[in-house]
Design a protein around this ligand. Structure first.
Ligand code: CA2
Length: 150
């Protein structure tokens, strides 16, 4: 593993459209805004942040496979795949590092089909309902843990 802490942030289907519709649910920030906020925090702490977005399940599964041995942590907003994808869940279970599930909205306050996450049972932590701040909280939490463990 590289000497610097390495975080892979994975963003699932339709998150590339953030900031264009439904600001009442997801806020006005674009995904690029969220990346910039997280990158600023990581840069200050000398942490490597890889940030990807894909609308394809297979691409996300492959990104998780490629993170094995290359990333210390995965932060994932699997978007709609959260509720449906056994493949993303299985890939996350294969990743030996730590994983945090992130959602902009509080999925438990929304339609019942969003209440169940396929991936919550294979991640170490979940941050949801804080809008763009969910990502920031996940990243800050990881950095705090990394500082504590030296
Ligand atoms: O709250 C979240 O972060 C979600 O993961 C977002 C997903 C949704 O399917 C999950 O249930 C919760 C949806 C992402 C779609 O993003 C949009 C972007 C622009 C306009 C509308 C939706």
């Amino acid at each position: 593993m590289a000497e610097k802490l390495n975080i892979l942030a994975i963003n699932g289907p339709n998150l590339n459209m953030l900031g264009t519709r439904e600001p009442d649910i997801y806020g006005a920030d674009t995904l690029a805004d969220m990346e910039a906020r997280c990158r600023a925090i990581c840069d200050t702490d000398g942490v490597v942040l890889d940030w990807i977005q894909s609308n394809g399940e297979a691409e996300i599964v492959t990104a998780i496979h490629q993170a094995i041995g290359n990333a210390d942590w995965i932060v994932i907003n699997a978007a709609g795949l959260t509720h449906t994808s056994v493949a993303v869940r299985d890939a996350l279970a294969l990743f030996p590092g730590r994983k945090i599930e992130v959602h902009l909205s509080n999925i438990h306050k929304r339609e019942s089909f969003r209440h169940h996450s396929m991936i919550s049972a294979v991640v170490d932590g979940v941050v949801l309902g804080f809008g763009a701040m969910s990502y920031v909280m996940a990243i800050r939490g990881i950095l705090e843990i990394a500082k504590e463990s030296g």
